[in-house]
Design a binder for this molecule. Structure first.
Ligand code: ADP
Length: 614
């Protein structure tokens, strides 16, 4: 009784499975869904005929047996064609399998099968064996084929193939073991076990032939995890858009188990796999003219479709195109949703890389310009300064007082220009990592004194320059020219940014292991909010008090960078309207056998007393 009840349940299960697969086919009509609905439907019919025979006490088997043989073998043929939609079968193999099925059915119909009222003969048993053999070969081959094909594939496709192999194995179990062996089994317990196995296999069949959304999501999980983990690297460490697009495309293909794909922006194909440019552009253009909610488009190959998603890039409109893989069910709404999220991230990342690329380009151009302009200006300026000093020395004749006045103004302006050019050159060297220090033991007071003398021509009577030296000599290890550059910058700023005058005082002091030079002025001062801008490249603070003062915004940036290269630092304390104090701190040189301060990694240090390199 229990066996019979289970038998009914198995039949009902098959019927439900048949109805579900037919419903799937009606929802999305493609050949693959049609074939599996047909195969399962035919198996369900075979099963129902079996139940009918049991209910009618095998009275109609003379009619039902040929029908069920034909239907049963037809189910194998449908399964064969279904299997061919994943991994195409050679035409010869397909024809051979179909002919073998037809021959087995014909033989069975002609010879007749053992059934109630027909005595079992050797040839009839042979016909049964032929039917079971042909059917089993057709259904077993995909188990091995799909399993082997799954090795080494991305997880989504691997899962799909293995589940398909499992599905075919399930059919084999149900029909051979539960259908034949189960009925033939003499022990009741064994029959029960076979029927239970058959019943449990039915939901697995549905999951494998028409995988539901949750199962597909589950397969994608490991790809999504991997994608999430690699997303940061993908975005942060992709040097350009093409690299980012290529990496993302690979991740995207794995994510939805697609076979081919492309990422296109307005004017170029950034990445492409398994399709040609014309196809990619055709699909992208086709999607542009379709309704904005359409994402899935049919392809000439009925087993595949295309998923086309616009990329909302800042500058232009890009597109990402995916073509469904042979091993994945055609894209569904779930894949579309996941892929839309993926594409939104990709668009952001592509935009970010574009901004970074542009910024790098602008930086390169700036450095190039700095270098070029300063080199080009340096030669004529040296000639001008040379002649000015000849004029000042009187070698070209004695100048009258207005001539001397004019020459002193010209010299001051030429000095200003020279400082500016040196700043530009030094900034370019710093950018390109070409800065080489010549470190030596230096008397800080002496260098400060020289710096003051250098900028003195720029200071008028309203700006007395004062030097307050420390009681003891303060010795630092530094590059003389660079130290002078820092100090002249600070003193020059002290003068420039005190438009109403006031002393600029340079105080040398020793604070523990540190040598300190403070440059104090009584000028316009700087608001606290503007302080972070001071030491950036080209960073200028423009207020009503300073707008008219000319500058490049390079001086403080350079001063701090140079100080840091020599193990020191430049800091500022300022009150708007009351003046500023810029402080240079440098490590004091060791007593006798002085060691140069440890330069930052990658920096060349030349022990020499020479002057700065070009
Ligand atoms: P520049 O003087 O060529 O503009 P700097 O890098 O030397 O470039 O200075 C950056 C900005 O810092 C200046 O534009 C100015 O606004 C401000 N600054 C520098 N030194 C002083 C100072 N002593 N007093 C007030 N503001 C200053």
């Amino acid at each position: 009784m229990a066996v019979r009840l289970l038998g009914y349940l198995v039949s009902a299960g098959f019927l439900a499975l048949g109805i579900l697969t037919v419903r799937d086919y009606l929802r999305q009509r493609d050949r693959r869904r049609g074939l599996i609905a047909l195969a399962i439907g035919l198996i369900a019919v075979t099963n129902l005929i079996g139940q009918f025979n049991t209910l009618t006490g095998q009275r109609f088997t003379a009619v039902t047996t040929p029908v069920s043989i034909t239907v049963f073998m037809a189910s194998a043929c449908a399964l064969l064609l279904f299997r061919g939609t994943f991994i195409p079968l050679a035409r010869a193999t397909r024809v051979a399998a179909l002919l073998a099925s037809a021959a087995a059915v014909l033989a069975a119909l002609v010879i007749g099968l053992p059934h109630a009222g027909a005595p079992a003969t050797g040839s009839r048993s042979l016909a049964v064996i032929a039917i079971i053999l042909v059917w089993s070969v057709i259904v077993s081959e995909p188990i091995v084929r799909f399993w082997l094909a799954s090795n080494g594939r991305p997880s989504v496709q691997k899962a799909r193939l293995r589940v398909l192999a499992g599905g075919f194995a399930g059919i084999l179990v149900i029909l051979l073991v539960a259908g034949f062996a189960g009925r033939a089994a003499t022990s009741l317990a064994l029959q029960l076990v076979f029927q239970v196995v058959a019943l449990l296999t039915i939901p697995l069949l549905y999951a494998s032939f028409a995988p539901p959304r949750w199962l597909r999501r589950f397969w994608r999980e490991s790809e999504e995890d991997a994608l999430r983990r690699s997303n940061r690297d993908l975005v942060l460490f992709s040097p350009d858009r093409a690299t980012l697009a290529n990496r993302s495309l690979d991740a995207g293909l794995r994510l939805v188990g697609a076979d081919a794909g492309a990422i296109i922006d307005a004017d170029q194909v950034l990445a492409m796999r398994g399709m040609d440019e014309a196809t990619a552009r055709r699909l992208a253009d086709g999607a542009k003219t379709a309704s904005h909610t359409d994402r899935i488009f049919p392809l000439p190959d009925p087993h595949r479709n295309a998923l086309v998603i616009p990329l909302g890039l800042q500058q232009e409109r890009g597109t990402i195109v995916m073509i469904s893989g042979a091993f994945m069910p055609l894209f569904g709404s779930d894949e579309v949703l996941r892929f839309e999220q993926f594409s939104a991230n990709l668009a952001l990342a592509l935009d970010r890389v574009r901004v970074v690329e542009r910024m790098a380009e602008v930086e390169r151009t700036k450095s190039h310009f700095l270098n070029l302009a300063s080199h080009e200006l340096r030669t004529p300026l040296s000639v001008i300064r040379g002649y000015l000093s000849i004029l000042e020395s009187g070698s070209l004749g004695t100048l009258n007082s207005s001539g001397r006045h004019a020459v002193s103004i010209l010299s001051a302006k030429a000095l200003e220009m020279n400082l500016l050019i040196e700043q530009m050159l030094e900034a370019a060297r710093l950018e390109e990592g070409r800065l080489a220090l010549r470190v030596e033991r230096l008397d800080l007071g002496k260098v400060a004194c020289e710096a003051i003398e250098m900028v003195r021509p720029l200071a008028d009577d309203a700006h007395p320059l004062v030097l307050e030296e420390a009681e003891d000599q303060v010795i630092v290890m530094a590059d003389r020219d660079r130290l002078t550059t820092i100090l002249t910058n600070l003193i020059d700023n002290g003068i420039k940014y005190s438009p109403t005058g006031g002393a600029v005082t340079c105080v040398i002091a020793l604070r523990g292991e540190e040598a300190v030079v403070s440059v104090r002025d009584h000028g316009v001062g700087i608001a606290e909010a503007d302080l972070p801008k001071l030491f950036t490249r080209f960073g200028r603070v423009l207020t009503d008090d300073t707008r008219h003062i000319k500058g490049t915004g390079l001086g403080l940036y350079l001063s701090r960078e140079l100080a840091r290269q020599m193990g020191g630092e430049v800091a500022v304390a300022s009150v708007r309207g009351s003046g500023s104090t810029f402080t240079l701190t440098m490590p004091v040189a060791a007593q006798e056998a002085a060691q140069p301060p440890r330069p930052p990694t990658g920096l060349r240090v030349l022990e020499s007393t020479g002057t700065s390199q070009p």
